[in-house]
Design a protein around this ligand. Structure first.
Ligand code: PLP
Length: 489
């Protein structure tokens, strides 16, 4: 690495990105060119033999790559969930990538490992998590790349805890529980750790509980399994489900889990960020009954991808399932206790190599402070509230599920379409969403619940302000007029 060339190229990239962000609202939000194979046709068959100037590379990014991107950082990106980028998140990412240290064992980069223990405790405190999930209270945390990885690791820990108690040939008896709203990452994780597909229980939710699980529903399914000689292993509760932003009642589910010796995981991938505001901390009430909690700062916490916080109440259960002890990784700090004094983070995750994510999250926390981050969350909640009210006040539309955070789930439902004419409503809403997305002015995605096609407005982009939410509402109203007109002809 030549420091001068490094500086020149990095500056060129930063200037390129600054210009990109200046103009980001001028691009069609969803990839303009959706023809599969387009880029392959534009690029050479093989890598160049000789290095090329950075300017040429950036020119190709501008010409060939950008038109094929969906602009996740556009202020009018309301699809899926936000994936925040920020100046501090980028600066932190630069430090992480620039230093490029690999804190897999403590001695491989002591300050990187220790910073991670500090940052996950800071985050846990900000979210109001119970002491027992923090290093300072005997638990602890790790920064992983995604919730999917975090769930796999905790499933492995739960499996080994149960098998250690019951004997290893009991794996076929292990049952895991989730709701019909739980992210499919859980199903993937269960498969990966060897849970038989027939032992994956999907518990139905309904509008009566706002699409959250109820303790009664879980109890009924668990009791049936126990009566058949099966072993309840793991219950996944979600705070802020992907489709609808629904919330499972953590305390009540924790009590059911405790009674059956089940591992309780709380997946707060998206909505966990909101818990830095006291008015949202109630949704995590009962977290002291959880064995693990996870959330993704890379969603709504101004932290560039990737970053997932995972906290566990008993680190030894995690490290017992995941640790390996090859000679070449033994180091002065190795103590096998999972204590932060000299933590070997390789034993807290799937991969060995790992990124210095702690410095990124630390820079975000330092640069914005808890107050700045709360303001970031609250401005989106305020904008989502405004949008929800606007939808509710327009008789052509309906809010399908009451909003809890910054996700609004709604649909077009004009009177003439008839109360139960779901086929017509489905067609109209699909057309409305397609028209909005084809305009390039905004991008939203959908969900289907109880057979209803629902449009999701997920507010939370780092550049999204109230005016962007007002604009998308105006856009929706205009497109709704067109759709209604077509259906009335
Ligand atoms: N859990 C929930 C509730 C989510 O909303 C998502 C993604 O949106 C995930 C898990 C998956 O997260 P990851 O992509 O970090 O694995």
């Amino acid at each position: 690495l030549n420091p001068e060339a490094f500086s020149g190229d990095s500056r060129a990239v930063i200037d390129f990105l600054a210009e990109y962000y200046r103009d980001v609202d001028k691009y069609p939000v969803r990839a303009a060119d959706l023809e599969p194979g387009r880029l392959r046709k534009l690029l050479p068959e093989a890598a160049p033999e000789h290095g090329e100037p950075m300017e040429d590379v950036l020119e190709d990014v501008r010409r060939d790559i950008l038109p094929g991107l969906t602009h996740w950082q556009s202020p009018s990106f309301f699809a899926f969930f936000p994936m925040n980028a920020s100046a501090a998140g980028f600066a932190g990412e630069m430090l992480s990538a620039g230093l490029n240290v690999v804190p897999f064992v403590w001695a491989a980069s002591p300050a990187a490992a220790e910073l991670e223990t500090v940052v996950v405790d800071w985050m846990g405190r900000l979210l109001g998590l119970p002491q027992r999930l923090l290093f300072s209270g005997g638990g602890g945390g790790v920064l992983q790349g995604s919730t999917c990885e975090a769930v796999v690791c905790t499933l492995a820990a739960a499996r080994d805890r149960a098998l250690g108690r019951l004997g290893h040939d009991n794996i076929m008896k292990m049952v895991v529980y989730a709701s019909d709203q739980t992210h499919t990452t859980f199903q993937k994780g269960a498969r990966l750790v060897g849970i038989p597909p027939s032992n994956f229980r999907v518990i139905q939710t309904s509008s009566a509980s706002g699409y959250g699980l109820t303790a009664d529903a879980v109890r009924a399914v668990v009791d049936r399994d126990v009566a058949r000689g099966l072993v309840p292993l793991y219950l996944c509760a979600t705070v802020g489900t992907t489709g609808l932003g629904a919330v499972d009642p953590v305390r009540e589910l924790g009590e059911v889990a405790r009674r059956h010796g089940m591992w309780l995981h709380v997946d707060a991938a998206y909505a966990g960020s909101a818990a830095i505001c006291p008015e949202f901390q109630g949704y995590l009430d009962g977290a002291e009954l959880a064995d693990s909690v996870s959330m993704n700062p890379h969603k709504w916490f101004l932290t560039n991808t990737d970053c997932c916080c995972l906290w566990v109440a008993n680190p030894l259960e995690l490290t017992s399932a995941l640790s390996t002890d090859p000679e070449y990784l033994k180091n002065v700090g190795t103590n096998g206790t999972g204590k932060p004094a000299a933590i070997d983070y390789k034993d807290w995750q799937i991969s060995l190599s790992r990124r210095f994510r702690a410095i990124k999250l630390w820079v975000v926390l330092r640069r914005y402070g808890a107050g700045g981050l709360r303001a970031h969350i609250r401005q989106h909640v305020t904008a989502a509230k405004w949008f929800e009210r606007a939808v509710a006040a327009d008789e052509r539309f309906e809010v399908v599920v009451p909003r809890k955070f910054s996700l609004v789930c709604f649909r077009l439902r004009p009177r003439f379409a008839g109360e139960d004419d779901e086929t017509t409503l489905d067609g109209m809403n699909r057309e409305l969403l397609a028209a909005v997305n084809a305009s390039g002015q905004a991008f939203m995605t959908h969900f289907v619940v109880d057979g209803k096609f629902v449009i999701r407005l997920a507010v939370g982009g780092a550049m999204t302000e109230m005016r962007h939410v007002m604009d998308v509402w105006e856009l929706l109203q205009g497109k709704a007029d067109d759709v209604i007109h077509r259906y009335q002809l």
